[in-house]
Design a protein around this ligand. Structure first.
Ligand SMILES: Nc1nc2c(ncn2[C@@H]2O[C@H](COP(=O)(O)OP(=O)(O)OP(=O)(O)O)[C@@H](O)[C@H]2O)c(=O)[nH]1
Ligand SMILES: [Mg+2]
Length: 214
């Protein structure tokens, strides 16, 4: 497991282990400041809870895991929820193969804000099928809950995406969320490579989405 203070390098990761190197899948975690993006990633990668709050600029984490009997690498990009970084989000989003859209169950406006994030992801990638999961974090703070599960589920249904409630503090549903998004990404890549092979057999040209961070 490794952590770097810089954004990950660009490049397509569509090739998935055929050459013997582990497949690499790129996740991006987005949402307003303070909702627990960094805490969720830290709990998943290091099995620990950060109780202090140190606003993120952009960090990336890499973790090697066994998934469906195969060794894979995942790159997790931890974005900033601070408004001053909003303008550079487009650049980051281009590299994403799957997104966790996080809000805090204790702050209603953090859920409302996610419509804009999801629209931006769809627009930048020109892809409304990109794997996204809605994540309501801080489920351990039940007494401060400001969003009913049904309301968040309704938003997830609207966007046709799954919904999970997590706690980065207790680790509730943390592994489940990452497993779900990785499964969605791998299924999608498999379908795309099957389609590309079929297309090549029929003499078509393969089109791939690139991603470059400036
Ligand atoms: N009780 C509780 N506190 C949490 C949870 N997740 C995060 N926190 C706390 O909420 C604060 C903000 O968490 P961060 O993970 O830094 O939030 P962030 O979304 O990364 O914020 P930015 O980097 O500014 O975008 C910290 O004090 C965390 O300890 C949780 O599940 N339960
Ligand atoms: Mg952070």
């Amino acid at each position: 497991m490794s952590r770097s203070r810089s954004a990950p390098s660009g490049g397509s990761s569509a090739g998935s282990g055929a050459s013997g190197t582990p497949a690499l899948h790129k996740l991006i975690v987005v949402g307003l400041g303070g909702v627990g993006k960094t805490a969720i990633i830290f709990q998943y990668v290091y099995g620990d809870f950060i109780s202090s709050y140190d606003p993120t600029k952009a960090d990336s984490y890499r973790k090697k895991i066994m998934f469906e009997d195969e060794e894979i690498n995942i790159d997790v990009l931890d974005t900033s929820g601070q408004e001053e970084y909003a303008a550079i989000r487009d650049n980051y989003y281009r590299c994403g193969e799957g997104f966790l859209c996080v809000f805090s169950l204790t702050e209603r406006e953090t859920l409302d804000a996610l419509d804009d994030f999801i629209e931006q992801i769809h627009r930048v990638l020109d892809d409304t099928e990109i794997p996204i999961i809605l994540v309501g974090n801080k489920s351990d703070l039940e007494r401060s809950r400001a969003v009913f599960s049904e309301e968040a589920q309704a938003k997830a249904d609207h966007w046709k995406i799954p919904y999970y409630e997590t706690s980065a503090k207790t680790r509730h549903n943390i592994d489940e969320v990452f497993t779900h998004i990785i499964r969605s990404i791998t299924q999608r890549k498999r379908a795309a490579s099957t389609a590309a092979r079929t297309n090549r057999r029929r003499g078509g040209s393969g089109k791939r989405r690139g991603c470059v961070l400036l």
